[in-house]
Design a protein around this ligand. Structure first.
Ligand code: ADP
Length: 188
């Protein structure tokens, strides 16, 4: 099974993806983590994208597409992926549909974590003290939320139309959200 998990920055996608990957033996494909690791390792790509990420904007579609295709095309991960942070705009959503089709796969469920801007700002500023992500400060967090509203929200409609979308209250506790997600996945 392949899962897409959606939500604004700070919604808890990473936390819930880790839970799902352990519970259902899937692989968490976090584009944000992959991109941050390029920056940390100072690769050519990392140097190229660090300003964009730290400004809270999206890196170019072709860069992220190349990164995810490596996983989709790898037999080890066939029908075992959680897309955490992809797609982030309509072009990426169409690209994901096409890539999965090419490798004889599909999306089985799309989970959307619904969280208010107020909660997001609080969570991101708390996370900043723990994880020290360069893009986790209030100004960049608001910019990332705006990028999400403008580019990523429209993708929700794409999945609503295909009947794959499940909306979850992301304001609940981590354990409650995990339980709800478990139930939804088991019902597939
Ligand atoms: P969050 O969802 O909390 O913002 P992520 O770790 O998912 O955190 O992403 C961090 C940053 O990485 C984004 O703000 C963006 O700059 C970049 N990024 C991640 N995924 C994508 C993507 N699919 N397309 C373009 N940029 C991306």
């Amino acid at each position: 099974m392949n899962i897409v998990i959606f939500g604004p920055p700070g919604a808890g996608k990473g936390t819930q993806s880790k839970f799902i990957s352990k519970t259902f033996n899937l692989h968490q494909l976090s584009t944000g983590e992959l991109l941050r690791s390029e920056i940390k390792n100072k690769t050519n790509l990392g140097v190229k994208i660090s300003d964009t990420i730290n400004a809270g904007e999206l890196v170019p579609d072709n860069i992220v597409s190349d990164l995810i295709e490596k996983f989709i095309s790898d037999k080890i991960y066939k029908n075992k992926l959680i897309f955490d942070g992809y797609p982030r705009n309509l072009n990426q959503a169409i690209n994901l549909d096409n890539l999965l089709k090419r490798y004889d796969q599909k999306i089985d469920i799309v989970l959307k974590l619904q969280v208010s801007l107020e909660t997001i700002i609080k969570r991101i500023t708390d996370r900043q003290t723990q994880e020290k992500r360069a893009d986790d400060n209030e100004t960049v967090a608001i910019k990332r939320f705006k990028t999400y509203e403008k580019s990523t929200e429209p993708v929700i409609e794409h999945y609503r139309k295909s009947n794959l979308l499940k909306v979850i209250n992301g304001e609940a506790s981590i354990v409650e959200i995990s339980a709800e997600i478990s139930g939804l996945i088991k019902a597939i």
